[in-house]
Write a protein that binds this ligand. Structure first.
Ligand code: SF4
Length: 553
């Protein structure tokens, strides 16, 4: 029998509580107030609280925030470090070379270092103060349609056991109906995947590609020379990935003797035995970094993917009844290593589009499609277009990448080939039989559990929890494939690229292998769905409120 569900109606529904949607909701309330119009706006977020699934670098260019809220400092915006002074290094296994010249786009003058989780929590408070109904702990699990028109979303049922039966605390999900639904789920959104299948929003675009970042906030001794140093931002490339695999490290100064330390790996890497978490540890043990953090203690750890496809990977941004904003729309500027400003601006332009739609009571793809024009007329397009081939250039092997990047720099982003092609991240792994491609990276030893952590200790410091007795949210349609083709060809790379030890390969005494899942460990980073070479992992939303509890990363 069909479940009786509550249905709630709003003018506008924002799905996801990241910077794009929060900025969109705030701007929309401001516009409605200015127009003397009363509107009902709802924002849902799958995390337990706003900000607790938000993690990024994060150096924020406040250009969009200044437009959204010119008095953001007076309103208590949580800034870790107001000014950025950059250094950029090429690392060898034990040495470093300070890069004497960095292009303009790498400079962070006028930018702030923030904690994205704190920042989003603060934006959530601002949104609520303006009358937005903010509901954390609710995961959108299904898009509701009338024909091809999006009319809202259904939240996931709560209180279902792992076999699919109702527990005593069962609560059916709620249908949240809206004239306009705004998808701001972050990278690789699970609802957006379904929207893509039904309405073809990714058709004709370059593939969506991603990078995975592991990040920590570390408290370092007050006596550390870095505390007194004027340098606040340090970026690196080279070791431990070398020049054939895209990625690099960052270290940012925060308040209270803290630093944000992270390492990013481009998911188009080829070596099936590469483990992004190990790369992070190798980077952390490099003398340049180890010297800065010596005597420190990790306070929080997390991992997340970021969209790296840029302009050519942007999906169709509007359909009947819905818009797509921020990282979900691949709006991160990979050249500047920044996406909070573009996300914020996209949310604001979305809000302006919605306001016009509310005025005319027309929510068609045609009317909402003016959002694309607004993006194209804004500095978002200018920035992203200048970087349209940058990620691809960075993926070139060896020093040749610098010729390609230089050519792009001199030609406003066009470079030697425009557009430079992109391959899906799931297609790039070489087989383990290709010995050169499958070199085993050095594993970092002597983890002390305080400054150098194994995956499970790091996971503990992410605060991740899930209801244990619920259906597994990681769907593997063919588990046999894992221990046959995937093991033979790639040695089950999910056991390596997952930063939370969710996937483990077990072997019986008779040699039978099986993949064991620990879904409760999941950090919601989405790396597995992106990188699995057989596309045999589908990430679905677990019960709302589960996942990491980031508060300072
Ligand atoms: Fe990330 Fe997938 Fe591992 Fe979850 S299971 S932490 S989404 S790689």
């Amino acid at each position: 029998m069909e479940e009786t569900r509550e249905a709630l109606e709003f003018d506008v529904l924002f799905v996801g509580g990241g910077p794009a949607n929060l900025a969109g909701a705030i701007h929309l309330m401001n516009l409605a107030q200015q127009a003397g119009k009363e509107i009902e706006v709802c924002l849902i977020e799958k995390a337990e609280s706003i900000g607790s699934h938000s993690l990024s670098g994060a150096i924020m260019d406040p250009v969009a925030l200044k437009e959204l809220m010119p008095d953001y400092l007076d309103k208590g915006c949580p800034i870790e470090t107001a000014e950025c002074r950059d250094e950029f290094y090429y690392l060898t296994p034990t040495g470093k070379l300070k890069v004497p010249y960095t292009p303009g786009y790498m400079h962070n003058d006028g930018c702030h270092i923030i904690s994205l989780s704190k920042y989003c929590a603060w934006l959530g408070e601002q949104a609520e103060a303006l009358g937005v109904m903010v509901f954390p702990g609710f995961a959108g699990t299904e898009i509701l349609y009338d024909g091809d028109r999006v009319i809202g979303i259904r939240t996931g049922d709560k209180g279902v056991d792992k076999d699919g039966n109702k527990r005593p605390n069962f609560e059916p999900g709620v249908d949240l109906m809206a004239k306009v639904t705004v998808f701001g789920e972050g990278p690789k959104g699970s609802l957006l995947r379904e929207l893509g299948k039904k309405l073809g929003i990714f058709d004709g675009k370059m593939p969506q590609v991603f990078e995975t970042a592991v990040k920590e906030v570390i408290e370092i001794p007050e006596s550390s020379p870095f505390v007194a140093s004027k340098t606040t931002v340090l970026h690196s490339f080279g070791y431990p990935l070398g020049l054939n695999t895209k990625g690099g490290g960052f270290l940012y100064k925060m308040k209270d003797n803290r630093v944000a330390l992270g390492f990013v790996v481009g998911l188009e890497y080829e070596n099936p035995l590469l483990e992004p978490y190990q790369a992070f540890l190798n980077f952390k043990k490099h003398p340049l970094i180890a010297g800065i953090i010596a005597g420190g203690k990790v306070l929080q750890q997390g991992a997340k993917t970021l969209p790296a496809g840029g302009y050519y990977s942007m999906p169709r941004l509007a359909v009947d009844g819905a818009l797509i904003v921020g990282d979900s729309a691949s709006m991160l500027n990979i050249q500047r290593l920044k996406g909070v400003h573009t996300a914020t601006k996209s949310g604001m332009l979305g809000a302006e589009t919605i306001m016009a739609a509310l005025e005319s009571d027309d929510y068609s793809a045609e009317t909402l499609g003016s959002y694309q024009q607004k993006i194209d007329d804004s500095w978002i397009k200018k920035e992203l277009f200048a970087a349209r081939n940058f990620g691809q250039a960075l993926s070139q092997k060896g020093f040749g990448k610098f010729i390609t990047i230089g050519a792009q720099y001199l030609t406003g982003g066009r470079g030697l080939t425009d557009p430079m092609p992109i391959e899906e991240d799931s297609a790039s792994l070489k087989k383990v039989s290709d010995a050169a491609a499958a070199e085993v990276p050095a594993e970092v030893q002597n983890l002390d559990g305080k400054l150098y952590l194994d995956k499970l200790t790091g996971l503990y410091l992410s605060g991740t929890t899930h209801e244990e007795n619920q259906p597994c949210h990681l769907v593997i349609p063919d588990t046999n494939l894992c221990v046959t083709d995937c093991y033979e060809n790639y040695r089950c790379p999910c056991t390596l690229f997952c930063p939370a030890q969710v996937y483990e390969l077990e072997e019986e005494s008779d040699g039978t292998k099986r993949i064991k899942l620990n879904p409760s460990n999941c950090l919601h980073c989405k790396t597995c769905e992106i990188k699995d070479p057989y596309k045999n992992i589908v990430w679905t939303c677990p019960e709302g409120g589960g996942g990491p509890k980031y508060s300072i990363v």
